[in-house]
Design a protein around this ligand. Sequence first.
Ligand code: ATP
Ligand code: MG
Length: 793
Amino acid sequence: ASRSDDDLLAGLNPPQLEAVTYRGPALLIVAGAGSGKTSVLTRRIASLLRSREAWPSQILAITFTNKAAGEMRERVRSLIGDRAEGMWISTFHSACVRILRREAQQFGFTKSFTIYDSGDSRALIKRLVKEHEGDAFGLTPAGTQSRISKLKNELADAESYARQANMSDPVERVFVEIFGAYQRELQKANAFDFDDLIGQTVYLFRAFPHVADQYRRRFRHILVDEYQDTNHAQYALIHELTRPIGSDAAPVASSGGMMIFEPEPVGEDAASLTVVGDSDQSIYAFRGADIRNITEFERDYPGAKVVLLEQNYRSTQNILSAANAVISNNFDRKEKRLWTDVGAGEPIIGFTGYSQHDEAQFVADEIESLHKTGVDYSQMAVFYRTNSQSRALEEIFIRSAVPYKIMGGTKFYERAEIKDALAYLVAVANPADEMALRRILNRPRRGIGDVTETSIARYAADQQITFRDALANSSALGVGPKLQAAIAQLDAILAEATAIMLPSTGELAPPTAVAEGLTLLLNKSGYFDALRRSRDPQDEARLENLDELVAVTREFARNNPEGTVIDFLSEVALVADADDLDDASGSVSLMTLHTAKGLEFDAVFLTGVEEDLIPHRISANEPGGPAEERRLFYVGITRARKRLYLSLAMTRAQFGEVTVAMPSRFLQEVPSELIDWRQSPGDVNSRGGSRSRALNARPSGGSDSGSWGSKRYGDDLAPKSTAIDKFPNRIPAKVRDNGDLVLASGDRIRHDDFGEGRVDAVTGEGAKRVAHVRFDTVGAKKLLIKIAPIAKI
Ligand code: ATP
Ligand code: MG
């Protein structure tokens, strides 16, 4: 090996080295959390490229999120430099979008197809359930959507499903009708839903073997991270890509629409496949992920090499011991013991709050004190089981001026004004998408109501033209002159934006076309004006969000000088939970446990460790539910490098009511000598009177639970019947608006909770002004002036 090879392989342990350098048709790397699976995959790519065994274009690497893809690409680049250009490193969905954009015209779509996110398909299914009177048969939009999604993940379509369903059951019949109608509507709108992106690519490869062969020829090395969370459709996609070139015999569908494959010898011509995964981290069964894809890999790819990794490089021994202990309660798993040579490290810290606000305050204070000892905010993360738990954390973080970032970029794109703006772009990019056109018809208000919408649809049906073309014929619609003018105007601005964003063949759109087109649409439609004129304070936020979207299009133009509006919409549609709009550096990351997969942080706060949250009450009674929840808990624990906090609250406002929370059963599975309780359920118990089923935890020496008393929040949420009422000085914290309060250094203030103090400095501007205050009793604090409970004295 050359010297440069040495640094590529430097520091790898023997099984890691083997996994990087093994050459053969199929390689399975199974290993526990933090053992270097993703690192090994990355180095394997680098090693294939450096040794010139592969061109970048021959690599297809699949990661679970776009963010992970970006990181892997960067890492490969840093290992071998420019030779990394041109690889496909992406999620399953992004890879399929790229393939479908090239090939969709093979089967009745155009390359400008729209991608329906789950909200879009929900809206469509809702309409169809209504049209087919599904509710009379007990069919709900949500239930129908998730059933269709599950079937698609098994590669079943409406017809194949109907063949084996019990069609004498009226409910089944209606379901099949809706399923079929849904598919027809998607086709008509030139749209794919998320599941179709994978399923239709599999269909493409099976129906058009010569197309599949092109990709088999191209991708000679296929690598998949987080393989334990692939579903059947994704499995089938990989299987199609790794069949020998020229093998066009398609597998047969068996009952249930499940495709059954005969194991076939991996021919010389087949691409090489590397998958890495950990069955203990399989957390997407509810979305159809099938752990068998990993457990049966050796059957599906006979002769596959298997490498096991056991040394963990991420966490301290205390954290690993906790993780090992918890996961060993799942039966039916291969026993594996992670170990590390970094030593025991800090104890795990436990805390029980009186309420979720109290818990959040503990987290915020702990973050501040870690920060003071030099831990960067970006190296800390707070996890929770459900999104709704973030609210209490956010409230306290804002008050305490802890910089934070919620991971879960989709939220931004779920906002109504953003969806409106994107619908305008879709209406330009894919005129066949009737749903997008209907959405913008009366946004902003143009006086176009349901009646007019129906007239347009009827005219389109009569003339056998599209909804979009009907708009261009406003004078023929039989509506009054005012409405006619409004429709003509909408038609005109769509045409004008089309000319900017999708100029005629041969003419190049400028890189800023999307930004220009979007700005034009929002200006000329009157959308911006309507928000500016409004007195609703929320509309100001909406304007800011739209400005942000315009900024996103500019950023897109910088990164993709040749990107079209279609590329932009694809990118937006595929923003996944773990992806973030902007750089999270300098902020604490807040996210759900599902989003945390694959990540690592110096300090991790696992909050809400309570029954009904984890295990979640929905999963608790489902077959396999608690085991999957335990894996989720295991994923959370194993994200921590040096410090792990497990916290819970005694009471929690959840699902619209305040409930007394019980410690999670998983907490009892962590050996008690590993946890140092700052305030244990036991402490709370002894001070607060009786509490059934309280955890029998060992209160630690020097527990100073009393010191939290002055900072408790939100007693208005506590149920009247609990012992909590007995605690005095629980001041309800009302959010107030101090936006106009002028403070200067030297001023004295009084804070509802912290008492009196002196302002040292004021930083930031507007709503983000922060006062740095030295309180007489509690010391230095940073306060967001706008909402802190303070007054000048
Ligand atoms: P997960 O199961 O959580 O996805 P993983 O198995 O993919 O984890 P990695 O994320 O690849 O693990 O690695 C965990 C950490 O260990 C990373 O910080 C990585 O840089 C480090 N690491 C991996 N292998 C080594 C090694 N041989 N020497 C030093 N550090 C290593
Ligand atoms: Mg990994």
